[in-house]
Every structure is written in structure tokens, then in C-alpha cells.
Write a protein that binds this ligand. Sequence first.
Ligand code: SIN
Length: 203
Amino acid sequence: MLEHSTTQAQEASSDRAFDGLSPEHLWVFGYGSIIWRPNFDYLEKRVGYISGWTRKFYQGSPDHRGVPEAPGRVATLLPQPEQECWGVAFRLAPHEARDVLAQLDHREQGGYDRLLLPFHTHAGPTPFRVLVYIASESNPHYLGPAPVSAMANQIAMSHGASGPNSEYLLRLAESLRHLRLHDAHVFELEAHLRSLLSHFRVA
Ligand code: SIN
């Protein structure tokens, strides 16, 4: 979720995590802020999905979209057989892959782990593996489900170093619509949030 650059020290410390990944064929899958603000250079992008996962605003953000005592809510993926999560995969330039990965490790440090998962498109015959940042239910910032009105309210009220939490949700919903992708959970939250924001405006 950041949106800021990283330091040399952070880049160095993430070198270990580059092991086992080929910079020649490195694709990063975005399903949250990486869709609407990748903030890194890439050679190409493809719209597609990963199977067996569903996108939910169940991850707390104590840094980018909230503060530790009042975290925001951002997207993560939960395992869900028979479901698919649509998003955008970005292919990194080999000579930049290490730096981009270091930047993303820093950006996604609030509870996210990396997974390599098969990515499918309607166009391509065979899936290929993409790197995905996922915050599991066991991470310390995980918030889990809540009534949709409560989640929308939390998003309306939260603000972090990267800006208002509402921006995160609204821009994600707009990006999905622009790509002609549907996500009932995101759009329901968005509708609640827009209603709350319109009340704030007239109040
Ligand atoms: C992603 O966008 O793919 C990861 C979650 C986030 O940073 O919003």
C-alpha cells in the first residue's frame, strides 16, 4: 500500500527474499492498490485471475491508510475454493526486478507475505506464476469480517501516511469498473462509503 520509495537498507535486507525467483520472468499480481497505483515501471500488464482466492477488506492498515490506534481497512485475499480473484499482473523488467521487489516488500510490510500462484487469462492457454502479496488471517494487523456498514464507516473515518482510506476503496472500485471486472464485496462497500461521504458533505 505504499505509495513511497524505499531506502537502501531496506533494499539490501530484502535481497534474501529474492532467492528462488527469476528476475527474467517476474510478474506481480495486483488486486488492491497495486492495480490503481503500481508505482513501479513494468514492461506489460495483463488482466486475469487467480483461482481459489477471494478479495476482502479484512486487513487492518496501521500505516498507509490508518494509524496503529485507529487502523484503516485494506484488501487482502482469503482462500476460497471455487472462487477467483480478478486483477492485473505486471511484468517487471529483469534489470529492475530486484529494486521493484524491495520496494514492494517495504510497501506491503504491514502483514503481507509473498506467494507464487498460477495466473490465468482468458486469452492465454496456460497459466503462469505470479508473485502475490497476501495478508493471512494470522498476521497481527488482520481484522477479519464485520458488518458492511461498520467496515464502510471505518474506511470513511481512517487516514494514514498514504492518504485517506476512502481513496483506497474508491479508486479500487473505479479501476475494477474501468476494467469491466465485478466484485460484489468491493462494490457493496463502495456504495455504503459513498452514501456516508454524501451525508458528511451535507452535514
Ligand atoms: C495488492 O494490491 O495486490 C496488494 C494489496 C495492496 O497493497 O493493496
